[in-house]
Design a protein around this ligand. Structure first.
Ligand code: VGL
Ligand code: ZN
Length: 192
């Protein structure tokens, strides 16, 4: 069991309509993340959600010569959080991918996420959300680089696997960089 305390934060990466079934860049089985995320949110005193929040001229859209179909255009329905998420439990929302030239995969890229976590006295982050092989991977690795202990919750992530094996490789890379893995059911309240 892992007891959750006030120095732990939950990070929910990109739980947005466009990354879910029916969305323009749907992650297969993406809705699996919501049951565990909604169940564990009450254990945390600080919950942050990131959102992909792209301008139309973002270089990573196919229309602009990049790899991805349109997704998460700022202020559109596709960029909204899924109605399956209990979003009243989110303390802060971090918009990323707003710079047209950089991928914006990581919740730490050109945002104040690290500063917000430090201001809340956070030392360990639990990472959940979409997609394992892009934004979850980048966010978990950057959290390590920023000096946080990082635990990715296996049952609260889902990946794209554009090239089969991408998810496997992302998990291996995270593990090699000191990211830990756990199941949401292993989390418990701190008992005093
Ligand atoms: C993501 C591809 C493009 C993600 C964002 O949230 O993992 N993937 N933009
Ligand atoms: Zn994106």
């Amino acid at each position: 069991m892992r007891a959750i305390s006030a120095s732990d934060a939950l990070i929910v990466v990109d739980p947005q309509n466009d990354f879910l079934p029916g969305g323009s860049l749907a992650v297969p089985g993406g809705n699996r993340i919501f049951e565990p995320i909604n169940r564990i949110m009450p254990l945390f005193s600080y919950v942050v959600a990131t959102r992909d929040w792209h301008p139309r001229n973002h270089a990573y859209f196919q229309a602009n010569g990049g790899p991805w179909p349109w997704h998460c255009l700022a202020r559109t329905h596709g960029a909204q959080f899924s109605p399956l998420l209990h979003d009243e439990q989110i303390d802060d929302v971090i918009s990323k991918g707003t710079d047209p030239k950089t991928d914006g995969y990581s919740g730490f890229a050109a945002t104040d996420l690290a500063e917000k976590l430090r201001n809340h006295g956070i030392r360990r982050v639990f990472v959940t959300g979409l997609a394992t092989d892009y934004c979850v991977r980048a966010t978990a690795l950057d959290a390590r680089d920023a000096g946080f202990e990082v635990v990715v919750l296996d049952d609260a992530i889902a990946g794209i696997d554009v090239t089969p094996g991408d998810v496997r490789r992302a998990l291996d890379e995270m593990r090699a960089r000191g990211v830990q893995f756990a199941e949401s059911k292993e989390l418990s309240e701190t008992r005093v």
